[in-house]
Design a protein around this ligand. Structure first.
Ligand code: ADP
Ligand code: MG
Length: 255
């Protein structure tokens, strides 16, 4: 197993007004691993992902991605916020798949995937198109390339969203409850695509209530509650023999 740490969050703190949404969160993921984050609603899971992706500015602590401090620039002992262009550059390396399929509604499946590579990465349209077709094939949707999102099921939209994230050739992909808005019969087709992605070596951070996925695919599991990391460790240990009583209670409740 490759042991290089690709994401390292140290004492990450985030407030919304007086409310402490993240309270000195420490978290790390190694390259090629799948880290699942579990925990009750409101525990700060989405906020942590949003901090990792610079969609949210943290109030304290630091996050390193590939040994680069994100969101800040260090000069001696001083930290400076970086420019919007640098934020965009850092964010580009991190794909994100949300709970609600956030495809562009006025673009076909293929166009959704091509958009970023052409307009953000500056790839030639023909190259991007060929790659997008390959990605659609990989998520089992070759026959849907010219469909608009409104003509796709939730599960198909989510698979396009995953293909779109992959099209940007990110260092890792963050998933925020990617199956929780789906009808139950559509969950497995999305989890299958995610499992395939994990097998191919993509680094993934997955917020999910799908304990079967966490058990079978995750390398590590992190349990959060009330803005804190309560327990984190190898998936088999955290899920199979949790050390913390709250972790055990939660896992039992969501089975
Ligand atoms: P989770 O994803 O674990 O359900 P979130 O990270 O979405 O939790 O939210 C953690 C807490 O922070 C919740 O109590 C939520 O209401 C609060 N929160 C999240 N985003 C904001 C915001 N933009 N403004 C104020 N409070 C927020
Ligand atoms: Mg959430």
């Amino acid at each position: 197993m490759n042991s290089e740490i690709i994401v390292k969050a140290v004492d990450v703190t985030k407030r919304f007004g007086d409310f402490l949404a993240l309270d000195k969160v420490n978290f790390e993921v190694r390259r090629g691993e799948v880290g699942c984050i579990i925990g009750p609603s409101g525990s700060g899971k989405s906020t942590l992902l949003r901090c990792l992706n610079l969609l949210e500015r943290m109030d304290g602590g630091g996050i390193w991605v590939n040994d680069e401090l994100i969101g800040y620039r260090r000069d001696g002992d001083k930290l400076y916020e970086i420019s919007d262009a640098d934020v965009a550059r850092q964010r580009r390396r991190i794909g994100m798949v949300f709970q609600r399929f956030n495809l562009f509604p006025h673009m076909t499946a293929l166009e959704n995937i091509i958009e970023g590579p052409v307009h953000v990465l500056g790839e030639p349209p023909e190259k991007a198109r060929a790659e997008a077709k390959r990605l659609l094939e990989r998520v089992g949707l070759s026959d849907k390339q010219d469909h608009y999102p409104s003509a796709l099921s939730g599960g198909q939209q989510q698979r396009v969203a995953i293909a779109r994230a992959m099209g940007m050739r990110p260092d890792m992909i963050l998933f925020d409850e990617p199956t929780s808005a789906l009808d139950p019969e559509l969950v497995s087709e999305v989890l299958d695509v995610m499992r395939d992605l994990a097998t191919s070596g993509m680094t993934m951070i997955v917020v999910t209530h799908e304990m079967g996925f966490a058990r079978n695919v995750a390398d590590t599991v992190t349990f959060m509650e009330a803005g804190k990391v309560v327990e984190t460790g190898p998936a088999a240990e955290v899920l199979g023999a949790p050390k913390n009583a709250r972790t055990a209670e939660f896992i039992k409740a969501v089975q």
